[in-house]
Design a protein around this ligand. Structure first.
Ligand SMILES: *Cc1c(COP(=O)(O)O)cnc(C)c1O
Length: 368
């Protein structure tokens, strides 16, 4: 058997054995009573993890991009104006996605490693009547974290729907969706939620659901249309069988276990664990003389780090050496800088000994 390597990429991440056990249980019917209960529990626990008691959760078979698509498809009508705050690859992806549904998109783009200041966003909101605004909580291409709080406030002040791409943040970074006034917070199973890939997850505010209800035209996407999925989510939560498209039965069982573990750990404690591990990791990496993409610690993510390759070392052979030392890390993702940095994911069930293993694999690869 192949030796097991430590998976330290920004998704998919290692899952707890209890989560894997639930995933491996015999597949049941999507209308079996036990499954209906699990699905309902997941929806209720999502409201807790997202801190959004009056939000409408959705669980779909698909990846994080499907969650982005679902929000875009249901909230954009042709000709709507959208402001995309981009701190990297996934912000740019959101701009492309919204254009596909006919939005007129304005992109406010940060330099790689930098964030966008709330006053820059406000200056744009003052000039144009936008229907919606998207922002990436942690852009996985740069490891930059944006503070969503002032953005939620701006959304309320200017009557703009706010969508937070939390694929690399939910359950690893501080989040108070309702209190912060964010309309949609979306994620995927394989990042800080610590479940294998395959689920797209969203929580939608009552205000955004109302905007969707008042659409003049149906969404330009059949699968994603909330008209199909809202009754399913309601039925599962009420304990009734229902069908539109087959849910990922085994993954929902795994999600239930993971959400329980997250709530048992405590949201504050979990965020603190991520934060402590991340800042200690940055300290160690900087002590090795390596530089990071985010320009400041205060905007560096808890969930991953983006690190420039050591000088004089070929990027491909560096990654191969880290792998040889037993750890899988990820290459760069920003098109312009791809070959000059690598990424380490540290989210989910990650602990101090995992981080120690990463540091030592990097040291070895640097010949230290
Ligand atoms: C991973 C990621 C996505 C895309 O998710 P997929 O599951 O790969 O489709 C989108 N946004 C962010 C911030 C991500 O980290």
């Amino acid at each position: 058997m192949k030796e097991k390597k430590l998976l330290m990429i920004p998704g998919p991440v290692e899952s707890d054995p209890a989560v894997m056990q639930a995933l491996g249980a015999p597949t049941t019917s999507h209308t079996a009573p036990d499954f209906i209960t699990s699905f309902g529990n997941c929806l209720r626990m999502m409201r807790q993890v997202w801190e959004c008691p009056d939000g409408q959760p959705f669980i779909m078979a698909g990846s994080g991009t499907l969650a982005m698509d679902m929000a875009g498809a249901n909230l954009v009508e042709p000709g709507d104006k959208a402001l995309v705050v981009s701190t990297g690859y996934f912000g740019d992806r959101y701009a492309d996605l919204l254009r596909r549904y006919g939005a007129e998109v304005t992109v406010l783009k940060a330099e790689p490693g930098e964030t966008v200041e709330p006053h820059e966003i406000e200056e744009i909101l003052e000039t144009t009547d936008f229907k919606l605004l998207t922002v990436t909580h942690v852009d996985t291409s740069t490891a930059v974290r944006v503070d969503p709080r002032p953005i939620g406030e701006l959304g309320i002040k200017y009557g703009v729907i706010t969508i937070l791409d939390g694929v690399c943040s939910v359950a690893g970074e501080e989040l108070y969706q309702a209190e912060w006034g964010i309309d949609v917070v979306l994620t995927a199973s394989q990042k800080a939620l610590g479940v294998p890939p395959g689920l797209a997850l969203l929580v939608v505010s009552p205000k955004a659901m109302e905007v969707w209800e008042n659409r003049k035209t149906p969404p330009g996407n059949f699968y994603c249309d909330w008209k199909h999925w809202l009754p399913i989510m309601k039925a599962y939560e009420e304990g009734n069988p229902s069908y539109f498209g087959t849910p990922a039965v085994n993954l929902v069982a795994a999600l239930e276990v993971s959400l329980k573990m997250i709530l048992e750990e405590g949201l504050d404690e979990r965020v603190m664990r991520h934060k402590t591990l991340a800042s200690e990791f940055r300290r160690r990496i900087k002590a090795l003389g390596l530089k990071m993409i985010p320009v400041e610690d205060s905007i560096s993510a808890n969930t991953l780090s983006a690190i420039y390759y050591p000088e004089g070392i070929d990027s491909g052979s560096f990654l191969a050496m880290v792998n040889q030392a037993g750890v899988i890390v990820a290459p760069g993702l920003l098109p312009d800088l791809k070959t000059s940095y690598f990424r380490v994911g540290h989210m989910g069930q990650v602990n101090a000994s995992d981080m120690e293993n990463v540091v030592s694999a990097i040291e070895k690869s640097m010949g230290l």
